[in-house]
Design a protein around this ligand. Sequence first.
Ligand code: ADP
Ligand code: ZN
Ligand code: ZN
Length: 837
Amino acid sequence: MLDLFGHTSEENNPVWYADVILPVPIPKMFTYRIPTDLVKSLGIGFRVIVPFGSKKIVTGIVGKVHQKPPTAYDAKQILDQLDNEAVVNALQIKFWDWMASYYCCNLGEVMNAALPSGLKISSESKIQLHPHFSLEDPGLVLDKRELVILEALADKDELDMQQCADLLGVKSVHPIIKSLVAKEAVLLFEQMKEKYSPKKEVRIRMCARFAKDKKELEGLFLELKSKPKQEQVLLKYLQEVPIYQRPETNGPGMQKAGIKEAGLSQSSLHTLIKNGVFEEFQVIISRFEEISSSDKEPVLTTTQQEATREIKHHFADKQTVLLHGITGSGKTEIYVSLIQEALASGSQVLLLLPEIALTTHMVSRLLGVFGSKMGVFHSKYSDNERVEVWQGVLSGKYDFVVGVRSSLFLPFSSLGLIIVDEEHENSYKQYDPAPRFQARDSAIMLAWLHQAKVLLGSATPSFESYQNAILGKYGLVQVQERYGNAELPHYLLANINEDRRKNLLKLDMTRLLRERIQEALNRQEQVLLFQNRRGYSPFLSCEECGWTPSCERCDVSLTYHQYSEEVRCHYCGFKDQPPKVCGACGHSKISAVGLGTERIEETIGLLFPEARVARMDLDTTRSKYGYQRILEEFAARNIDILVGTQMISKGLDFDGVTVVGVMDADRMLYYPDFRSGERAFQMITQVAGRAGRRDKPGTVILQTRKPDHSIFEYILKGDYVGFFRTEMQERRRFFYPPWVKNIRITVKHKDRGTAEQAARLLVELLKDIPVKKIVLGPEKGLIGRIKDLHILEILVKLERSSQKQAVFKQALLEKVLEVGFEKPFRSVRMIIDVDPA
Ligand code: ADP
Ligand code: ZN
Ligand code: ZN
């Protein structure tokens, strides 16, 4: 028999322990004793209820079962197990474990990220009367407060802790409840609230009396002769569910809504239900439309066949292969044939995409091939939809999932292949909250656990992956030919400074760009204009003294949004009306400086009044189908010019686009980050790749103030490898990744001095760790203050040896705890980011 705190009196049997992953911020699993009666049934991946601290009862997941008692504390006992089977499998737990230790975070944080919240249970303790309890029991002594509770239970069946507290007007009810439990007056139990709720459909079917007996049915028809509306309903039903073929009484019937959709009378249907002709019932249905595969098998071109063969050849002795295929080479078709093969061999397949909403054409192509066998895991899905994909993977309904980075956490049991499309994409990195993981790198670990293969695909591979390919760690396969022999777009540089000097610049547009847009419009072709900055202009500025309004809580200037007539902070969401006068000198002439997407949209309206313009950025795509609407309009040629942020650089595949304009190529080049060159190359190549994907060749115009910057040479020639080589030499000299491994520690506090002291102490402690490294900082973050917190950054550069990294990370976690232990630094936040983007 257990007492309230899980101690037991049976001590004879060999004792088993479970390490439980708890949803609380502690670095390790907690060890509990497994009660003898659960030893047989309990295993890894089961949800259990355990006591935590002196009062709390929480739900966790068993991560390990063993016979070693903990040395630092007395193990409490598991109170109960929640399910009859594991909710996560052993491979998932191993994956979580790897992620927590690689990315320096708590296992509980990984668990939180991994389980869809629909599967997390919020448990609360409740009490009910003990079945054997009687107030007449002679030995019973109750105090006044205990009586209050028992009386309330007599007519309420159950009470939760809050209700007890309210009844008694006290904060802590535990002593009272504990005493009532000891007197066997009440029972304590956990009520689980499964947050997931299945979607239901209302159906109707014919009651047994009529369905089984033809005579009764004939009688019914006679009766309904004078009631034509009811007769019509009955006929409609028999048309859908011919009872002569299917007389079963518990059959599937038909959708109730089908009657209304057929334009028949709802009230007649209700009369028939009332009169016992039909009965209503509910069934659980999927939230996703059933789609049957309809597209033809892919017919690969010779080049694509060759690439597929090479990939498989590499898979024979390498786990990972990098597919470097130029934009428009048809990587999707290569994926399709590999996926089909993996599925046919009985394995599961995961295809990761950086952002599903932006790659609708790829998803619909895949749905066309794989139909309802394919699960889609969208970042904008509701919790219920996520749970359905999760369950679909568990039940074997989905052997193939296309999803964003969090789909790595789905309960796969036998992955054979993981494909990471656009593997260079930034959005594979999770910034906040922990686990701050890189989905591409994590995919490789997940595949390793499953003994599966990984295919990384990109037209502009990340330097990390390309380096691994060159070193022979990954297989490398190149496709240098566009499908259907479409030509790669031609690049032209447009010199902003020169046009300004010659007075040819109109509203930030060079003559070349204006002419090319006009020509495209004349030919009724489409144009994409790229500027990686939303809003109207990045800041407002006083024409007299140069003052700019900035955020009160962050060290950034406020972005002007003309559409909504406001200034906004893109870091904390602060909004205000634009200032009418200068905050410094009082002058009233304030002008907008710099280019945002809103402003470009306005410019186009002025320069090309006949063109139909739309804008695609975070502000126009907030709703679930925001992207889709714009993309559909563009595909239908209802838009001539689409202005957008990096959203338009991804996966769009439209035949009508022949001109792509990059409004400000320099903005990407001079961003203060060692990756800015790599990023600019990727971004420009990707957005350019949207042009000329069919028979019509495309032109890409890059507006710049520095046309002789060396990067343009490589971009213009499409020379990825040459660019990679030069940049890598540079990075080697200055100890940048991928030559070294970076770990960034961000220190945040309301008080700048406190943040600085804590950061300095941490740097001192880090220097003592006996692993070869470079420690830089603390330095003020690129943005020194966000939401009133001062930000300091420490950067550690480590050798690539994974063993040394592990030693360092272990020590780092200890040092961070040590600093946080110092009294003045208790409220300092220290965030570790391994491989920061
Ligand atoms: P990538 O992802 O490499 O940029 P896509 O997979 O988007 O290229 O392919 C570019 C275009 O060429 C798409 O419209 C695609 O449908 C078409 N395509 C590529 N390969 C084939 C093929 N084997 N058969 C038919 N169409 C193809
Ligand atoms: Zn001023
Ligand atoms: Zn702000």
